[in-house]
Design a protein around this ligand. Sequence first.
Ligand code: BES
Ligand code: ZN
Length: 385
Amino acid sequence: MKLAFSLFGLFLAVQAGAASLPAGLRLIETSPALAKAVALRFPGEVRVLTENVILVPAALVPEISQVSHETTGHCGGFMDITDETGHKTSVRVTEALPSLGSKQPWIAELIDDVRAPNVRDFVGAYSGNFKTRLASSPEGASAPEWLRNAWENMARKAGRDDIKVETVPGPDGYAQKSVRITIPGADPELPVVVLGGHLDSINRRGSKVAPGADDDASGIAALTETFRVLLSSQARPKRTIEIFGYAAEELGLLGSRVIAQHYQATGRKVRAVLQLDMVAYPSEAHAVTFITDNVDRELTQWTEQLYGLYVGGDVKEDRCGYGCSDHASWTRYGYPSVMPFESPMGEMNHRIHTERDTWDELLDADHAAKFVKLAVAFAAQLSGE
Ligand code: BES
Ligand code: ZN
């Protein structure tokens, strides 16, 4: 009883940012079932602090998903909340979403410029260049440099000296940084529009080979093609657009958390966040599937409508059941996010997190291009009006 009491005290102190954990321990939030399963698997090493928060040696963090697969049969989510100093404390600062009547010709024109093969080519180049993009590996440290360089070259070639491409701090203790493109808006006081995907990869079967083509080179490639199309438009948006490659998503949404937390702490205003994580595997359904948990409902419905207007085709909805990607970090800090996903959960790509997540006939550039078109419409519509 005494032990339980003092551990609970530790949890509260860490949450309040008043104390730091002993070195080598990570604070993990997950479902109650998974918390229990992990504690059972590593008795004596894992401590259960509350129903859904456990204290885990850093080395065991990558094992959590494995335990989930073996005990529950599906991907179980968890969040590393060690460095969290409070969340959902801000009043959300948003502007009303613009009402969507008929297509705007200038947006339709931008969308016509989207080229599906560019997505496939970029996935090949990015995922082929690194054996793994694991955040804790040496290759994982150079992936953001490669990406920053690629994006920087695009901006320079287009003669856009006003566009900034930079690495931003990743999570403490990892060499991997996040990357941010800033396309400055005419009015810097207005809330910014954010697009993002994660730049890291992982192999959860023990191998060190993690091409992560679908998960999530496809999202990074879709953002790259979106950027190329936005660059071709000389029109300067009213609001600033930011495009992120997030570090260390696979280790618990770490890179996006650092960013969302920093934005909240510094009072940055964000109008909307679009997350692209896995966009190339169409499954049988060939439907863009909007995730309904850990996202903003209103923004999701608006984005579905936007999709119908500018892209068209089948749309479904499904839930992850946990904070399965970086949209959840933004939601956690009070920013509205939306996540369109490649397939319904029941038909998901089972090769992710293995050596076999490469580009082959199961991945489809035309499917990925739907997400690019959506991202272009999202950025154009929300930054302009
Ligand atoms: N891209 C996946 C999330 C995903 C997988 C969404 C399958 C929908 C279907 C993401 O990169 C990932 O692997 N997330 C982790 C959770 C994270 C908190 C470590 C997961 O799902 O296990
Ligand atoms: Zn992913």
